[in-house]
Design a protein around this ligand. Structure first.
Ligand code: ADP
Length: 320
């Protein structure tokens, strides 16, 4: 109190002349003043000239904008971080596209030579069988099986690389979507005696065909990897988190050792060979992961061996 504004200003040279020549109201976005303890803080000033009894006066309002400035600084830092993230995302998207293109070309190009091998094996078996002894024919049988498997794997790789190529974003009622998945799995559900419980599902923007496939893979795995001791019970639920929905598919099946939690999402990764009781190509969860990533979400699981597994995935709310 009792101080002139020049006494509290941190930049008196900016203040002195301006005050004298003031003819109309001015808004000064940022000036710096000193506190009593000498520390400096930013403020915003509005000053207007007026007259009292023929004498020119100035009235000024100064507002401490420390908090606003801090928020602006934080926003600047955040923007820099976002720009960096965006760069990373672009690089990642590019690398992903290249990888996809590679998988597409490789799997496409390999189909033809495999067909040729397969054809010639047939020709040899049919036209030269009388010239070959039993051992050689047996070996040809083994080669034929391996070629079939190779064709299957390459075809899966091709389909995997195609996944999401024609994706279409749609506003989807997930209650209906899951109903139709359950209908598609009708035979599997009936024959295994599985029960499926479905909680309330949201409506949101999704790539519908792909999410249909995702639920189909998770639900069919939940039934396929059932334990011998009880009938499969699958629970499907959803939960709204901040900016995303989280879905979960739980089962009471054989469970998975935490050691394998990450690797089962890799393409062609299986914990059981096809010769054992669980059929499969080891591609279902790789599909799931790719589909969730198309939505910029995440997928993971919790599981206890012998008790069951819960697969969870998130779908962010805002369509991109
Ligand atoms: P596939 O079902 O063709 O073997 P997936 O990619 O769908 O391939 O699954 C990979 C592996 O993860 C499976 O071989 C299985 O060992 C394990 N797995 C997946 N889902 C479950 C589940 N619900 N319960 C137990 N194990 C599972």
């Amino acid at each position: 109190m009792g101080l002139r504004h020049i006494d509290v200003s941190y930049e008196p040279e900016k203040t002195s002349g301006a005050a004298k020549s003031l003819k109309k109201r001015i808004d000064i976005p940022v000036r710096y003043h000193k506190r009593k303890d000498g520390s400096v803080f930013p403020l915003e000033i509005t000053a207007s000239p007026f007259e009292i009894k023929g004498r020119e006066k100035i009235i000024a309002v100064a507002r401490d904008i420390t908090e606003r400035k801090m928020a602006e600084e934080a926003l600047k830092v955040r923007n820099i971080e976002l720009a960096k993230l965006n760069d990373e995302l672009e690089k990642f998207t590019y690398a992903n596209q290249e990888l996809n293109q590679f998988a597409y070309t490789a799997s496409h190009q390999l189909q033809e030579p495999i067909r040729t091998i397969s054809n010639y094996i047939h020709v040899i078996e049919e036209d030269y069988a009388s010239l070959l002894n039993k051992d050689v024919l047996n070996h040809f049988g083994t080669i034929e099986e391996a070629v079939k498997r190779m064709a299957l794997l390459i075809n899966s790789l091709f389909e995997y690389s195609q996944l999401g190529r024609n994706k279409k974003l749609a506003y989807v009622d997930c209650n209906q979507l899951i109903k139709s998945v359950i209908k598609d799995l009708d035979y599997m559900i009936e024959s295994s005696g599985a029960t499926i419980e479905v909680g309330e599902m949201p409506e949101l923007y999704l790539y519908e065909t792909e999410i249909h496939q995702l639920f189909q893979n998770l639900i069919s795995n939940a039934i396929k990897f059932r334990s011998k001791d009880n009938k499969p019970k699958v629970q499907i639920s959803s939960e709204k988190l901040n900016e995303k929905w989280m879905f979960s598919v739980s089962d009471n099946g054989i469970g998975i050792d935490p050691f394998h939690f990450n690797r089962i999402f890799n393409i062609f990764q299986r914990l059981h060979s096809s010769e054992e009781e669980y059929e499969g190509k080891g591609i279902g969860l790789a599909y799931c992961k790719k589909i969730v990533q198309l939505h910029f979400g995440e997928i993971w699981l919790d599981s206890v061996v012998g008790k069951g597994s819960t697969f969870k995935f998130t779908i962010p709310l805002i369509p991109r």
